[in-house]
Design a protein around this ligand. Sequence first.
Ligand code: HEM
Ligand code: NAG
Length: 215
Amino acid sequence: MIWTLWVGILASLIGYVSAADAVQYRDPDTGLTFSQNFGLYKADGRGITFRVAIPSGVGQYTPYDAVVQIVVPNDVGWGGLAWNGGMTKNPLLTFWRGSNNAPILSSRWANGHSTPTTYTGATYTLYKTGTKSNSTHWQFTALCQGCTSWTADGGATRYLSTRGGNRLAFAYSPSRPASNTNAALQVHEVHGYWSHDFVQASNDNWDAAIGRLQT
Ligand code: HEM
Ligand SMILES: *[C@@H]1O[C@H](CO)[C@@H](O)[C@H](O)[C@H]1NC(C)=O
C-alpha cells in the first residue's frame, strides 16, 4: 500500500513538473500538432504519453472537437484520461486492448468513486492513421466529439479553455478488462494530474487536417 501511495505521489509530482515545460509534438503520421504530457505510473520511468490537438480560432464558451493520441506501454491493463482533471462528473476516456490487440476506447462518466458507466455525451472515432504498435508500446489516435464541454451539476455547461492550460488527469491499472466497450474495470493503482497546454495544441485548417486521416 505504501508503495502504491508513493508511486501515486511521485506520479503527481512528475505530472506537475512536466506541465511547466509541456512539449509541443508535430506528429509525422497525422501531420497534426499536439501538446503532450507524460503520466508516470512506475518509479522505473514507465508512463503513458497523452497528446491533444484542437482547432485554432475557437471562441470562448464554444464546444469544439479534439484529437487525442495516446502512447501506452504494453504492460498497461487499462488507462484513463479525465478531461476535467478528476474522477467524477467529467468525460472520461478509458482505453485498453481487446482481442487481436485492437484498441478499445470506452467513453465513461462517474458520479462517485465507483465504476464509471457508459457516457454517450462524448464519442470517440478511432483513426487508422496514427494507430500502431510495436514490441514495447501501442498507440492510438482518435477524434473526440464532446470531450471539451459537458454539463455540470446544476445544469451549467463547462468548457475547456483554448487559451491556456486545462487540468487533466490520468489513471492506470495493470488489469486488462474484457474485450468489449462496456467491460467492467478494476480500480486504478495510480492516478496523476497535470496542466495540459491547449495553446500549443492549436491546428489551423482543422477540417482539412482531420479530413486527411483514415478512419
Ligand atoms: C472501477 C473503476 C474505478 C474505481 C472503483 C475508482 C475508484 C476511485 C477511488 C476510491 C478514488 C479515491 C482515491 C483516493 O482518494 O485516494 C479514485 C480517485 C480517482 N480516480 Fe478513480 N476509480 C475508477 C475508475 C477511474 C477512471 C476510469 C478514471 C479516469 C479515467 C479515474 C480517475 C481517478 C482520478 C483522477 C482520481 C483522483 C481524483 C478524484 O478523486 O477525483 N478513476 N478513484
Ligand atoms: C514503439 O512504438 C511507440 C508508439 O508508437 C513509439 O513511441 C516508440 O518509439 C516505438 N519504439 C521503437 C523502438 O520503435
